[in-house]
Write a protein that binds this ligand. Structure first.
Ligand code: UDP
Length: 254
């Protein structure tokens, strides 16, 4: 769905979100679309209401993670589909954390889907659509300067803490956090220093979430694999997180 408000100055349009300039320098408005893509843009579609749900779920995790000491780009939610965030320079890496085997790990290494990994795994992929977001090693990251040694170390520490926290939140509502992807950015602080912060979003678009009892997929794999009832699954996640009242409130505001 295209955003209604067209007066804003568009800075960047991605597959699932648009960034607009905000009144204050150093801030951006992040708009959540219903558009979905998969398999490096080959599959395209719309998941009705996804943007609204992802906006609220992402707000929830960004606020909770800030409470446990993870710096994030999130400032506040503005309305149903928009949030105010700090402008950051996105580090061109997707940081993937895995707890159970799924997706590309299964395809690449022939491990059985659903197997619990002996320990969680952190992977890095280069954010480059033309190359199909290839898996890269820490050697590549440091050699080509995609992140500094300090940033790399910090991303690994944050990824581990974010995973521990999110696994607990989802386990409490009967959901396995199978794997997820996060992105980091460099934010300029008031004294001109660069600070690593969690950016982008955390939502069923970027996590694999399986119901603990039935194994039902409650994430974007329903779209990727044509499993149907995609919006219902996103709604189910928001509901179990206790976020449905917030979603109906925000819909009334519009
Ligand atoms: N993921 C994502 N965006 C991407 C690639 C992966 O959000 O461009 C998420 C995906 O939803 C899953 C995790 O990262 O939760 C691991 O994805 P995987 O490497 O298995 O890739 P996929 O099978 O999705 O291609």
């Amino acid at each position: 769905m295209a955003p209604k408000k067209t007066h804003k100055n568009k800075i960047y349009e991605g597959k699932a979100k648009i960034l607009y300039a905000a009144p204050e320098a150093g801030h951006l408005v992040q708009y959540f679309k219903d558009d979905a893509t998969a398999f490096n843009n080959q599959k395209k579609g719309v998941i009705a209401g996804k943007g609204v749900i992802n906006n609220i779920i992402s707000e929830f995790f960004m606020l909770r993670l800030a409470e446990i000491g993870i710096p994030t780009h999130f400032i506040k939610r503005l309305n149903m589909r928009e949030q105010l965030v700090h402008r950051v320079e996105i580090i061109k890496l997707e940081v993937i954390i895995r707890n159970l085997a799924a997706g590309s790990l299964v395809k690449r290494l022939g491990i059985k889907e659903g197997d619990r990994l002996p320990r969680n795994i952190i992977e890095f992929c280069l954010k480059d659509d033309a190359l199909g977001d290839p898996l890269v090693s820490e050697e590549h990251i440091l050699t080509f300067g995609w992140a500094t040694p300090d940033e790399l170390e910090q991303m690994v520490v944050y990824a581990g803490r974010i995973n521990d926290f999110m696994q607990g939140v989802f386990a409490a509502i009967g959901i396995y956090l199978v794997d997820f992807k996060i992105e980091f950015g460099r934010m300029e602080t008031k004294d001109g220093q660069l600070m690593l912060v969690l950016a982008d979003e955390i939502s069923p678009d970027s996590c694999r979430l399986w119901d603990m009892k039935s194994g039902k997929k409650l994430d974007k794999d329903r779209f990727r694999l044509d499993l149907g009832a995609v919006s219902d699954a996103y709604n189910e996640v928001a509901n179990r997180l206790g976020l449905l009242p917030a979603i109906s409130e925000t819909k009334k505001e519009e």
